[in-house]
Design a protein around this ligand. Structure first.
Ligand code: UD1
Length: 336
C-alpha cells in the first residue's frame, strides 16, 4: 500500500492513476485545503479500482501514524504542501509550518512505524536563478523565496536522515513546470482563486472564465522576448514517481530532475493552446514579474540513466489535454 500525501491535488490525482494502473494500492491523506475529494472519485472511475482516503493534515502526526499502520503502508509519496510563491513572501510562517514542520511530522510518524521509503515532491525552484543551462542536479541550490526555501530545507532534512543511516530509501524529485491533464478530461488542475501559473490561466481565458492573460514581460533575451520554461505533461511526471518507487529497492538517496529538457516560451504556449482548442486567448504584455528568470529548463538525463524514464508527451498534447479538462470542467470540480 502506497501513501500519497496531498493525493487529492493536481499532481497527486495523476500519480494515483499511474500507481493504480500499475496494480499498486493507494491510500490518500489530504487536508483538502487546496483540493477537492471529487478528484479521487474521478480517479476511481478512470482506474476502476478503489482509492482509500483519510482527510487529515500531515502536521497531525498521530493521524499520519494511524494511516501508516492501519493500511500497512510500505512507501510514501509526499506531495502535500503549499506552492504559491507570492503568498509565501507574505506568509512565510504558514509555508514553513505546512511544508517543513508538516514534513518533519510525517518523517517522524514514518520513523515510528518503520516505513522507510519516501519519494519527495521537490521543485526546480530550489536551483534559483540558473548559472548555466540546462539545469542538472549538481547545479548550486539558492532558492529566491520562502516557498523555494521550504523545498530546499526538506531536501536537506532528507539528506541528513539518509546520512544518519537506518536503511532509509529516499528519492527527491525536482519538478519543472507540470501542465496538462489525464487524457480522459476527468482530472486536472483546479487552482483556488486566480491562477498563479501560466497554463491554468491560459486555459481559463480560453473557456471565457477570465477576460485576458497578462504576459509578464516581452523583453527577455529569448527568441520572442517572453520567458522560456520546461513544461512537462503531468502524466509523464506521474510516471516518474512510479519509476522512482521501483528504484527504491535498496537503501540510499536519489535526486532527479523531472523535465523534458526542452524550453517553450509563453507565446509558444499561447499559440499552441489556441491551435488545439480553436479558442482565442487574448493577452496583453505587462511588466516582468518579480523573481522570474528568462529561461529555465532541465537536463533530464539522470532520470533516464537511473530509472529509464523520459517524457514522451509533446507541448501540443499538454495543451490539448489541459484544454479538454478545462472545457469539460469549466468551473473545476466545484462546478461538477
Ligand atoms: C512558478 C514559480 C515556481 C514554482 C512553479 C510551480 C515564480 C517566480 N516561480 O514557476 O517557484 O515552482 O511556479 O508552481 O512564481 N506567466 C505569464 N503570465 C501569467 C503567468 C505566468 O506571462 O499569468 C509567465 C511567467 O512570467 C513565466 C512563465 O509564464 O515566464 C511560467 O510561469 P509559471 O507557470 O508561473 O511558472 P514558473 O514561473 O516557472
Amino acid at each position: 500500500m502506497i501513501l500519497l500525501t496531498g493525493g487529492a491535488g493536481y499532481i497527486g490525482s495523476h500519480v494515483a492513476v499511474a500507481l493504480l494502473d500499475a496494480g499498486l494500492d493507494v491510500v490518500v491523506l489530504d487536508n483538502l485545503s487546496h483540493s477537492n475529494s471529487a478528484s479521487l472519485e474521478r480517479v476511481q472511475s478512470i482506474c476502476g479500482r478503489p482509492v482509500h482516503f483519510r482527510q487529515a493534515d500531515i502536521r497531525d502526526e498521530e493521524a499520519v501514524y494511524d494511516v501508516l499502520t492501519t493500511y500497512g503502508v510500505t512507501a510514501v509519496i509526499h506531495l502535500a504542501g503549499l506552492k504559491a510563491v507570492g503568498e509565501s513572501n507574505e506568509q512565510p510562517l504558514s509555508y514553513y509550518d505546512n511544508n517543513v514542520i508538516g514534513s518533519m511530522r510525517l518523517l517522524s510518524a514514518m520513523q515510528r512505524s518503520g516505513v522507510r521509503t519516501i519519494v519527495f515532491s521537490s521543485s526546480a525552484t530550489v536551483y534559483g536563478a540558473p548559472s548555466y543551462l540546462p539545469l542538472d542536479e549538481s547545479h548550486s541550490l539558492a532558492p529566491t523565496n520562502p516557498y523555494g526555501r521550504t523545498k530546499l530545507f526538506v531536501e536537506e532534512i532528507l539528506r541528513d536522515v539518509h546520512a544518519a543511516g537506518g536503511d532509509w530509501r529516499i528519492c527527491i524529485l525536482r519538478y519543472f513546470n507540470p501542465v496538462g491533464a489525464h487524457e480522459s478530461g476527468l482530472i486536472g488542475e483546479d487552482p483556488l482563486g486566480v491562477p498563479n501559473n501560466l497554463m491554468p490561466f491560459v486555459a481559463q481565458v480560453a473557456v471565457g472564465r477570465r477576460d485576458k492573460l497578462t504576459v509578464w514581460g516581452s523583453d527577455y533575451p529569448t527568441p520572442d522576448g517572453t520567458g522560456v520554461r520546461d513544461f512537462i505533461h503531468v502524466c509523464d511526471l506521474a510516471e516518474g514517481h512510479l519509476g522512482a518507487l521501483r528504484q527504491l529497492s535498496e537503501p540510499g538517496i536519489l535526486t532527479l530532475n523531472l523535465g523534458t529538457g526542452e524550453g517553450s516560451s509563453v507565446l509558444q504556449v499561447i499559440r499552441t493552446f489556441e491551435a488545439v482548442s480553436g479558442c482565442r486567448v487574448p493577452y496583453e504584455i505587462g511588466e516582468r514579474r518579480t523573481g522570474d528568470v528568462a529561461v529555465c529548463y532541465a537536463d533530464p538525463s539522470l532520470a533516464k540513466s537511473v530509472m529509464g524514464w523520459t517524457s514522451t508527451r509533446s507541448l501540443l498534447q499538454m495543451c490539448a489535454d489541459h484544454c479538454r479538462w478545462q472545457s469539460m470542467n469549466p468551473a473545476g470540480y466545484a462546478g461538477a
